[in-house]
Design a protein around this ligand. Structure first.
Ligand code: BES
Length: 826
């Protein structure tokens, strides 16, 4: 295997190779001046980053150096080794400072892993005896010797084993001639820190603790993650008095050899070649990446959203933030044991690009430096600005939160799973800032999570405290940028409108409801409990939502009314309240045969063509707007006189024909969305397989299941009459029931009243032709009615190019919600 060989994907360029004198490179660390490498032969080599020459050898350990970590703010380097000690070196003078001895009455064995908590000034190390030990260097007070609470003791000639000295002959053999060896290293040079008895978590794992990572959670909090041969990753809260186990990430399925953490994502490199990826918030496994089958993943490193994984067969691979593999190359003739990324410092690379370097160390006694670039950031959940909650909240806060929310391309399809997860995490964070207790609930495997938030109102003695469930969705429909006047995922204001994908469906309304609730909460005027369930699969049929609600019913608790804001006014100027939605059935039809695609000149006329069958089959479904499925209209509720009058009135107000409103809102329909075949779609090839997508909108009192069955039966019967040699496959992909609101419900009346107060006109009671799968289900599940507050206008272009919402509607929508909540208890 030759170094730097290109496999399938382009490898970064190799800029330098450093030879480490026949000794495996077990671990690496780097500061601005140096690269430090831990060797199997007990030393730490120090390489100058400018000259790339070896500058010193740090000697003292009497076993292989297994881990290195820096305390940059202190200019310290920690090294741990198979000699069961940790040593602390000055990175300025490269001289020894402390010899840290594990808790006395246990045999700690090899110390495989280290983590430094700068905030707490605390070093953690993971041992072969399965303990985690720690030492707080604040207590050490190195500058004021003798005044510390646990003073470091001097090396004891009798009790303490003698540190090794570098033998001149070995130095010579290694070609270390220009090396500055601190000749003055004697036992007396070390200040010995003996760990007090209590400074350990015994049996922290059931296996060796191979790796550690420290996570700064902000607000003074930090967490330690430990990975072990016991196939678990544990998360510990770092407290002033030690470590508290918070949670265990299960499902690694093999020993955990390496760890990396970015934002809310934990990556674990495992024995046998897998990388497990967890969501830190929910503890759910979100990915399993196969790095190199049956080859241990010995090191993981992150640069922005790029993950580099090093395997026991010398291979390095890179994945981007969407988990697409972007590089794979053979880096070493041996196992890659350690990797780090060093930031540009100007010394190594002469060009001015922001080139980082990946340093890889292997058991082939080399270290290699590869030029890599920092990827354009996948939008992480935390990159957004903070919102002010309560009285300090400004109108701009709604806009700044919405700007961030829209910037996540949270399209509910496989290509955007990670974007959707980041969106959910962002939303959880914003809702927490706004005063809710909020968390993310994992979705069905392979589906997007749900954000749960609870705003607790204070009881207003005048009336019992109602509990409102707000349902919304953070996922959006895809938005190819062509045809847009501004980038779809960048909220853009023009002439009083905000443009961006999802801004009206449903991100704008979600933010408006959250802001309204938060403001009331902060003014102590929230006298209702608001539960928010914001899902990420609505545009894909809400798969998994039903199960999630049923599983978490206790947590959601009792609900008095369901509030939704996911539809539009009938026109531009008159506010509306929606009391009806149609249901929908999505189906895919496939007609095909076992033959390949054929040349129409050669075979045309001699074969039964699937496309012709499909066209004939589709033609049996409808004639103009009339659906021809037998019994289809049987249960459609007849319109009452009063209802027909309402359509006439609405027609006058909106200028839309009454018949048009009737067909869209209260009559069923059938649509054919797509028709396509295998092959190149040119005029010479007969496709062997053809697909069509069909949907049916249903209305009261059509039965969802029965109508779906009628559709399938009709298709099968009609296909039979074609007497074709091709076969037909039908799949019903999604089903959503119709919904009708209750117009005399007290919550509905309160909402109508709030709209009237805010806009100064009575809202129009309207229905809609679209569908929201979860609404009828939520009503049944919680035994209460749903209310639908449309915020945007009819020209909002939901699902289309240049989706928008008027700023005025959004702001007033927020105020309607506030009034509604106040009205409930006043
Ligand atoms: N917001 C719409 C529902 C809607 C559409 C209400 C038009 C009022 C007018 C929702 O996001 C949506 O698009 N739903 C889908 C449901 C489907 C994916 C199961 C729909 O109606 O097609």
């Amino acid at each position: 295997m030759s170094n730097g060989t290109l496999l399938q994907l382009k490898a970064p360029s190799l800029t330098h190779t450093l030879h480490q004198a026949e000794s495996s490179v077990l671990c690496l660390a780097a500061d601005d001046e140096h690269i430090f490498s831990g060797t199997q032969e007990n030393h730490v080599y120090v390489w100058n980053r400018k000259t790339l020459q070896r500058e010193a050898i740090l000697k003292g350990h009497t076993g292989s150096v297994l881990a290195l970590v820096l305390a940059e703010e202190k200019k310290w380097l920690f090294s741990s080794a198979a000699d069961s000690t940790v040593r602390v070196w000055s990175t300025e003078t490269l001289s020894p400072i402390y010899l840290v001895l594990p808790v006395l009455d246990v045999y700690s064995g090899d110390i495989f892993s280290l983590a430094w908590n700068a905030r707490r000034c605390c070093l953690y190390f993971g041992c072969q005896d399965t303990s985690i030990q720690y030492y707080n260097f604040n207590n050490c007070k190195p500058e004021v010797n003798g005044s510390s609470t646990t003073p470091p003791r001097q090396f004891h000639k009798f009790f303490d084993s003698s540190p090794r000295f570098v033998h001149a002959a070995r130095l010579e053999r290694d070609g270390v001639t220009s090396v500055k060896v601190p000749e003055t290293v004697h036992e007396e040079d070390w200040q010995v820190v003996q760990l007090p008895k209590g400074n350990l978590v015994p049996s922290a794992h059931y296996g060796y603790i191979y790796c550690m990572a420290l996570v700064d959670c902000g607000e003074g909090r930090s967490m330690l993650l430990t990975g072990s041969g016991d196939e678990e990753v544990k998360i510990w809260a770092c407290t002033p008095t030690g470590l508290i186990l918070r949670t265990t990430l299960n499902g690694a399925g093999a020993g955990v050899l390496s760890l990396a953490v970015r934002e809310d994502t934990v990556y674990a490199g495992c024995q046998s070649g897998f990388i497990k990826v967890w969501d830190l918030e929910t503890g759910a496994v979100i990915r399993t990446i196969i790095a190199q089958e049956n080859e241990d993943v010995l090191a993981l490193t992150l640069l922005g959203s790029d993950l580099y994984a090093a395997s026991a067969n010398g291979q390095i691979q890179r994945w981007n933030g969407s988990f697409e593999q972007t590089a794979s190359w053979s880096a070493h003739d041996g196992s890659v044991l350690s990797t780090i990324v060093v930031a540009p410092r100007g010394g190594i690379s002469s060009d001015s690009r922001e080139t980082y370097q990946l340093v890889t160390g292997a058991n082939d006694a080399t270290m290699k430096l590869w030029d890599i670039e920092k990827p354009a950031e996948l939008k992480p959940s935390s990159s957004s600005t903070s919102v002010r909650a309560g009285p300090d909240a400004k109108a701009e806060d709604l806009l700044s939160a919405l700007t961030d929310f829209v910037s996540f391309p949270s399209v509910s399809n496989d290509a955007h799973r990670e974007d959707c997860r980041q969106t959910a995490l962002f939303l959880r964070r914003i809702l927490t800032q706004l005063g809710a207790e909020s968390h993310v609930i994992p979705g069905k495997p392979g589906r997007n999570p749900v954000v749960f938030a609870s705003f607790q109102g204070t009881s207003n003695l005048a009336a019992p405290k109602p509990r409102i469930l707000f349902y919304g969705h953070y996922d959006v429909i895809a938005a190819p940028p062509y045809g847009w006047d501004s980038p779809p995922f960048s909220l853009t204001g023009r002439n009083g409108y905000l443009y961006g994908r999802g801004v009206t469906d449903d991100k704008g309304p979600i933010m408006a409801v959250a802001m309204a609730t938060s403001k009331l909460l902060a003014k102590r005027s929230l006298h209702a409990d608001i539960i928010m369930l914001i899902e990420g699969e609505e545009e894909a049929g809400s798969e998994g939502f039903r199960d999630m609600v049923q599983k978490n019913k206790e947590q959601i608790g009792h609900v008095d009314a369901i509030l939704v804001s996911n539809s539009y006014w009938i026109g531009e100027d008159t506010p509306c309240v929606t009391y009806g939605l149609r249901g929908v059935i999505h189906a895919t039809l496939e007609i095909g045969n076992e033959q390949p695609d054929l040349h129409s000149g050669v075979e045309g006329g001699a074969v039964r063509e699937p496309m012709v069958d499909m066209v004939q089959l589709l033609s049996t479904l409808s004639a103009g707007p009339r659906v021809l499925i037998p019994g289809f209209y049987e249960n459609v509720r007849p319109a009452t006189k009063g209802e027909l009058e309402t359509y006439d009135i609405l027609s006058e107000i909106t200028g839309k024909p009454a018949a048009n409103l009737r067909s869209r809102w209260r009559e069923p329909s059938l649509s054919i969305h797509s028709l396509g075949g295998s092959g190149p779609a040119n005029s010479t090839v007969i496709p062997h397989s053809v697909r069509a997508k069909v949907s049916v909108r249903i209305v009261p009192d059509q039965d969802l299941e029965e109508t779906a069955q009628r559709l399938v039966d009709h298709l099968r019967t009609s296909f039979k009459t074609l007497d074709s040699t091709n076969r037909l496959k039908i799949s019903v992909d999604h089903k959503a029931d119709w919904w009708l609101g209750k117009l005399d419900d007290r919550f509905f009346l309160a909402l109508e009243g709030a709209i009237e107060q805010e806009w100064g006109v009575r809202p129009l009671r309207i229905r809609e032709g679209g569908s929201i799968p979860s609404i009828p289900f939520l009503e049944k599940e919680f035994g209460c009615h749903a209310l639908h507050l449309p915020m945007g206008q009819s020209s909002d272009q939901a699902h289309l190019r240049n989706e928008r919402i008027s700023l005025k509607n959004l702001r007033k929508g927020q105020d309607v919600v506030a009034r509604f909540l106040i009205n409930l208890t006043s």
